[in-house]
Write a protein that binds this ligand. Structure first.
Ligand code: GLP
Length: 264
């Protein structure tokens, strides 16, 4: 894992957007894995800015979102469909038929999981997967205990996740108990992963994910086995890391290497 500790949440969002934009610019048919949540909202704002001010085009891109609540329709204000539309899709040139979010209203949610996996595969797989992290170490809605080989399927939400997300629903009882989510194995199949976290509330999960054992108790820890994962943090989210100084020094050394390569 590459760990980058940046000065604040704004810098984290900008760095995340920058990396996504690079993949979009370099790839003739990029496939993006997208995420929802407060942390990635800043990334989408920055992508919209790059689209408006620097001509970044998503017209040739496709995207697959990580997850959706079961029982919420695409136009429900709390659905991830709606989140994505309002925070990104309405403001950029990604064509309507090019983005997918799992269908929370599918008659047969298990079949929807299989359909979603097949659609990702038919698109050639995900080039870069954007991720946030839950306080309990979940990615997508892969709660603690998830199989590290899981594919898109139905998952029951953990109580802590329902409580954390209750702020969007107004009351805990309104938060769905089930979601459909890409599996940990689906996420590990992406060619590159980019996980962003900010704030002290994520510090324990980040330390467990980066420096703890690979365990189903912390589904994000499976990313230790992924060959190209970058974790971008603000100082508060990084505050539980034992090797923070090493990661900072490694970034400086990397910058030096890039300079040398440019000169050569
Ligand atoms: C939800 C999403 C996750 C996301 C998490 C963190 O549970 N399913 O994909 O990582 O929220 O959200 P936030 O960035 O708001 O803390």
């Amino acid at each position: 894992m590459r760990v980058m500790i940046l000065r604040d949440a704004e810098a984290v969002a900008a760095a995340g957007a920058q990396r996504l934009a690079e993949v979009v610019r370099r790839n003739p048919a990029p496939v993006l894995g997208l995420a929802t949540g407060g942390t990635v909202g800043g990334v989408y704002q920055e992508l919209i800015r790059l689209h408006r001010e620097q001509g970044l085009s998503l017209a040739h891109a496709r995207s697959f979102n990580l997850d959706e609540y079961l029982g919420l329709s695409a136009d429900d204000p709390q659905s991830y469909h709606r989140f994505m539309f309002e925070q990104l899709f309405a403001h950029v040139d990604l064509p309507r038929g090019n983005w997918q979010v799992p269908d929370g209203m599918a008659m047969d949610p298990r079949a929807e999981g299989r359909r979603y996996e097949a659609a990702i595969e038919a698109a050639g797989g995900i080039d870069i997967q954007l991720l946030g992290i839950g306080r309990d170490g979940h990615i997508g809605f892969n709660e603690p205990g998830s199989s590290l080989a899981s594919r898109t399927r139905v998952k029951a939400l953990a109580e802590q996740t329902r409580r954390d997300n209750a702020r969007f629903f107004g009351a805990l009882e309104r938060v769905p108990r089930l979601a459909i989510t890409m599996g940990v194995g689906t996420i590990l199949s992406a060619r590159e992963c980019l996980l962003l976290a900010t704030g002290e509330s994520k510090a324990v999960a980040i330390a467990a994910m980066v420096e703890g054992p690979v365990t189903a108790l912390v589904p994000a820890s499976a990313l230790q086995l992924h060959p190209a994962t970058t974790v971008i943090l603000d100082p508060a989210a990084a505050s539980g890391l034992k090797l923070a100084e090493y990661y900072r020094a490694a970034e400086e050394a990397e910058a030096e290497l890039r300079m040398l390569q440019k000169e050569a």
